[in-house]
Ligand binder design. Structure first.
Ligand code: ADP
Ligand code: ZN
Length: 768
């Protein structure tokens, strides 16, 4: 975990102190280009409105460019006359002092120029169109028309009369855009009504609220269980004394009521006049999740801001400004919400803290969970990481005493965890009794029987498979050639609905060939199966069942996922087949059976975290079964029934797994015992891409910090993607800051050929 000292924003003092006494000079960071700090004069007419974190336009050469004020000074150390700041963007600072410190840290730790970090901190809709609020006119009736008056108007000016009627019907006031829905000509008759003094009009800003149409029923705090109470008390202590408290890691089994602990802790934070930030993986940021928050904080539901990628630009813009203007007390969001400009933070929560999606896979490649811990330290607030299967990074921090470990081992309903049954698919294949295609068995005999029973008992089933499409391979009987994407080194997947082979890396599509592209012989055969194939097999076997498939192919339309889940909850569906879209955070009381059709997909990843991922997945998926009154059962189909991940998952023994796996990681010097840096090069020319990395390797060797181990450049496990060859170089170190500085200085000397891209990833979560 990041624990080096913060540097260069030396001032630890609150911003206000610095701003006392009129500042004459603002030091700014340009947004558009490399780490350039420049001083500008503050014109007296803007002095009151310029603070640390204010976005401004400054003159540079002959242009005006955006910049962020990072310091306010009495005088500049530069000699000569300073140019003046031209204008201010937005009415308040866009960055809090805490966020500027965070930006600096991210810049150094992840080796990214600070302007790139500042850019990433603002949603694009905010950066590009800071003032694009939606405007409307608010109309108010100021004179009450008499019935006779209205009658007269009816004949003389019927449209005017109708508008007055509409206004009256709405209690005397309404927004013009609403009235226009009833009365499209409203705008044209408006003028004369205004002139005659019937109504007044005020220009207002309307917020695009993604949840406007949702209805929420208020919910009451539940009486906490003993385990919840203990965790809750620990969180309260951390909130009360954040400077002394350690980050909290809440390891709570699925169904142990972690969310209830979050909700009650947040209530305390709000009571103290502070704010709370809740990070949730993008995929769990479902209407259901948001509803739980809006329902609990019903009175304040308008002060909850939601930030995630499915919002329209307008909605995201408005939600973000709700936070920036101080109208939000609670922010719920995915990864990038860690940069929400909340002030007075009392608590940061990271739910499902083990989720790989907290890692940003583009520059700046930050990990939102790690930034949560850091931001909490900067803002002096409490931080709570929660998971049923903590990341080994966090768990190790708890074991080492850097985090405080809170455990919730029981489900709130007092039920035991569902029974997990491991099905050895090697035996199944030999017996040949399952539902198969080619030599791949989709449903084992036992799983099929279990589904039959559920259908008879009117209980529901979830079938989970982390692969889209119909068939996952197509290969030649004669020469063995596998049909691959021309641009990526992976087999193409058949999507039968539109009869195309699709590349899951670059999205390329082609008509399936009838002859081998290599030896030109006919006789190609399909193999493997994805969700589309599973759906058709299950429909064949259970023609009477009501079935839906949830993956990115079927869930194209907006709200489709929400509608499907709603139908499933309302028991209008018997079987839900899906990818990880259905693996998390969903709570369906009538689901008593979960089938994991191929547990080996994650296990076979060429990644040292393969076992950890498999265990996490199985425990999460298993948590979907038996959430209500009924007991749950989980079937896990695998070809590796004795692998530790599967065996520990079967006994729901996270800590047993962690012990064993950590020992392994320590022996091989993997994270969390060492930091890792993954350097990649890619380009159209294989030799150049490789050579670039070899050059880099050579230069890094000189002055490599002690305690750092560097591998050799090798082809990445995905050796080609989007037409580019990929190579990688892995480093492991116990001195990440020193290595970062070394890396930075070497990078500065490297000038790769123009079409070769070199990237680096500090603490990578995927090694593809
Ligand atoms: P987790 O997030 O740990 O998987 P949830 O917060 O989703 O668990 O809680 C599981 C279920 O238990 C939810 O339906 C929730 O309403 C219920 N629950 C939580 N706390 C309590 C409690 N103290 N008493 C009764 N039910 C509870
Ligand atoms: Zn491709």
């Amino acid at each position: 975990m990041p624990n080096d000292q913060l540097s260069f924003f030396s001032a630890d003092a609150p911003a206000q102190q610095q701003e006392e006494g009129a500042a004459h000079v603002a030091r700014v960071q340009l947004e558009g280009s490399a780490a350039l700090e420049l001083d500008y004069a503050v014109p007296s007419k803007l002095a009151e409105r310029i603070h640390i974190g204010t976005r401004v336009m400054v003159p540079l050469q002959n242009q005006r460019v955006p910049a962020v004020v990072i310091e306010l000074l009495e005088a500049s150390s530069h000699r000569g006359r300073l140019k003046e700041i031209v204008s201010i963007v937005g009415s308040r600072p866009m960055f809090t002092p805490g966020l500027l410190k965070l930006a600096d840290w991210v810049s150094q730790y992840y080796i990214v120029p600070v302007h790139r970090v500042l850019r990433a901190m603002l949603p694009q809709a905010v950066r590009d169109k800071p003032e694009s609020f939606l405007k409307d006119s608010h109309l108010k009736l100021v004179k009450e028309p008499t019935p006779e008056g209205l009658d007269k108007m009816q004949t003389r000016a019927p449209l005017q009369a109708r508008l007055l009627e509409e206004l009256r019907r709405r209690g005397g006031e309404a927004n013009l855009s609403d009235l226009r829905r009833e009365l499209p000509q409203a705008t044209t008759v408006l003028k004369s009504l205004l002139k005659q003094g019937w109504i007044t009009r005020a220009e207002i800003r309307v917020t695009r609220d993604p949840f406007q149409t949702e209805e929420f029923l208020p919910s009451q705090p539940l009486t906490l269980t003993e385990e919840q109470q203990a965790a809750y008390v620990a969180v309260l202590e951390a909130i009360a004394k954040p400077a002394e408290a350690k980050p909290l890691l809440l390891h709570g089994v699925t169904g142990s009521g972690k969310t209830e602990v979050y909700l009650q802790a947040i209530a305390e934070v709000l009571k103290a006049g502070q704010t709370a930030l809740v990070l949730v993986p993008e995929i769990s940021l479902t209407p259901q999740t948001i509803e739980r928050f809006k329902a609990r904080f019903f009175e304040k539901k308008d002060s909850i801001a939601v930030l995630h990628s499915h919002l329209s630009d307008g909605e995201r813009h408005d939600e973000w400004f709700k936070v920036q203007e101080g109208r939000a007390d609670i922010v719920i969001g995915a990864r990038s919400a860690i940069f929400a400009p909340l002030e007075r933070l009392g608590l940061i929560i990271v739910d499902e803290e083990h989720e790989p999606s907290y890692k940003q896979e583009d520059t700046p490649r930050y990990h939102a969970r790690d930034l949560a811990v850091l931001r909490a330290r900067i803002e002096r607030c409490a931080v709570l990481l929660g998971s049923a299967t903590p990341s080994l990074e966090s768990f190790q921090n708890a074991l080492a005493g850097k985090y405080e470990l809170l455990r919730m081992t029981k489900r709130t309903d007092g039920k035991s965890m569902p029974l997990i049954r491991i099905i050895d698919m090697r035996l199944q294949r030999r017996k040949g009794t399952g539902t198969s295609i080619g030599n791949a068995t989709i449903l084992s005999e036992r799983l099929r029987a279990a589904i039959t029973t559920r259908l008879e008992q009117r209980e529901q089933t979830i079938l989970f498979l982390n692969r889209r499409g119909f068939h996952t391979t197509l290969d030649c009987n004669t020469c063995g050639e596998v049909v691959q994407c021309q641009d990526c080194a992976i087999p193409m997947t058949l999507h039968k609905a539109d009869n195309r082979l699709v590349c899951h890396i670059c999205g390329a599509r082609r008509v399936p060939p009838t002859k081998c592209p290599s030896c030109k012989e006919p006789g190609l055969k399909y193999g493997g199966f994805g969700t589309e194939r599973v759906e058709s097999a299950v429909r064949e076997v259970f023609p009477q069942a009501r079935i839906a498939r949830v993956d990115t192919d079927t869930m194209q339309r907006k709200n489709q996922l929400r509608d499907t889940l709603r139908d499933f909850r309302a028991q209008k569906l018997d079987i839900l087949i899906g990818t990880q879209m259905i693996a998390k955070g969903l709570d369906f009381p009538n689901v008593t059976l979960v089938g994991v059709l191929n547990a080996d997909t994650a296990l076979n990843l060429p990644d040292f975290r393969a076992a950890e991922r498999t265990l996490q997945l199985l425990i999460q998926v298993a948590g979907r079964a038996g959430r209500g009154e009924l007991k749950g059962e989980v079937f896990v189909q695998t070809h590796a029934p004795h692998s530790p991940a599967i065996q520990f998952a079967r006994h729901n023994n996270f800590e047993g797994f962690a012990d064993q796996e950590l020992e392994h990681r320590r022996a091989f010097q993997y994270p969390p015992y060492r930091h890792m840096v993954l350097i990649s090069s890619r380009g159209k020319h294989e030799a150049q891409a490789e050579f670039t990395l070899q050059t880099l390797h050579k230069r890094l060797e000189q002055g490599l910090p002690e305690g750092t181990v560097m591998g050799e450049p090798t082809p990445s496990s995905l050796a080609k993607a989007h037409g580019q060859f990929r190579f990688q170089l892995l480093l492991r170190t116990d001195r990440i800051r020193t290595l970062a500085r070394h890396l930075q200085s070497v990078m500065d000397t490297l000038s790769p050929p123009p079409d070769i891209l070199v990237t680096w990833d500090v603490d990578p979560v995927s090694l593809g």
